[in-house]
Design a protein around this ligand. Sequence first.
Ligand code: IFM
Length: 451
Amino acid sequence: MTRIRFPDGFEWGTATAAYQIEGAAYEDGRGLSIWDVFCKQPGRVQNGDHGDVACDHYHRMPDDVALMKSLGIQSYRFSISWPRVLPFGTPQHRRVQQPINERGIDFYSRLVDALLAAGITPCPTLYHWDLPQALQDRGGWAFRDTAAHFADYAGLMYARLGDRVERWITHNEPWVVVTYGHRVGTMAPGIAEADVAARATHHILLSHGLAVERYRAEGQGGAIGITNSNSSYEPAEADGSCDGAVELARDFDTRLYTGAVLGRGYPDSVLRHYEARGVAFPIEDGDMATIAAPTDFVGVNLYSRTRVRPADSGLGFTVAPPTLPLTPMGYERAPHALGDFVRFLSAEYERPKIYITENGVCDNTEPVDGEIDDVDRESLLRGFLEGLHRAIEDGADVRGYYLWSLLDNFEWSFGYSKRFGIVHTDYDTLQRTPKRSAGFYRDVIANNGFD
Ligand code: IFM
């Protein structure tokens, strides 16, 4: 049996996001986000589900922190709900009188204090998809000013939490926001326009850069980075005919986001794709340098692999049918994908410092006699971690791993139908029950690995 031990100081965490767990959507002065609005539009979200209550974490936060402590969690990646702290956007918003919602700020301040008291390092993400609806009404991410609003909101959070928070993430998965929110329209704000998608791409990345510059300008001494979604792209055929498709897929996914942030600019293939549709990225002088403001780490989210082959239209590549068994999310069970992707990223960008900011498994195993025996999750997690460990041994600089997710929660357009938690949430009683995989993860943390 292989003995796997991660490097000393490797950090083990769990991740969640505000809209997916907090609930309390209309309490204590929180403003509307685009997801509050999107969920209430008929047919947008499976079963008409929404995040009004979610896991009720807003009221159960101390218990959830205690739960993490009982599992030995070392760092917690959560997100801040922008409309909870700034119900209408930012204090500088031009047309609306802008109160800061002190009750919202107080919630995150209490969360940070509780985490620190439990010996857990806080790692907030500033944007995990819940844009204030007030900013969407003014154009959302298609509108350049939204980037400046984001930097102001970031500055507010640095000022209020920066004395205790030393690791920040600007955005979660811009690719998802752009693709599903603005190009395909199956996520909030539900737009399906190439022009809006291009504008959103650029303004989200610009907002990241502005927030990083603000972090440095304010003399904050911690670390800041961005989290991108990724897949490990593989050729559908092994004869070389699909290798170009793999590179193209990497352009649209990893290189457009991580590459731009790491100073490589936008891939020509992506710019050409949009140009062919009469769409130009709204790049102004200095933007690309701002986007490439030096970050301290790259956040990697990865759940599976994707096999691709060339296509004559669309993006120039197409996804080939799966050949491996699927999780209930429809993702291939590909344990090698995490290590493979990390190896690719490390080679492509000269060994950046990496945190795995999300990795996990959808497994809908239900309780039987109060026990949740999620063996499929445990075995796939084990495989992901084995692959990650090999990539580290091969030289990748990976500093920590955040498992998605602590709790079963609201899975966006799938509502509550997909369970990613290592802790089961009963959505009737809101009771939390650690699953078999929580025990596995607790032992991984205690041993900094597994046998
Ligand atoms: O639940 C999501 C999360 O919000 C972003 N990354 C992927 C997760 C699982 O689909």
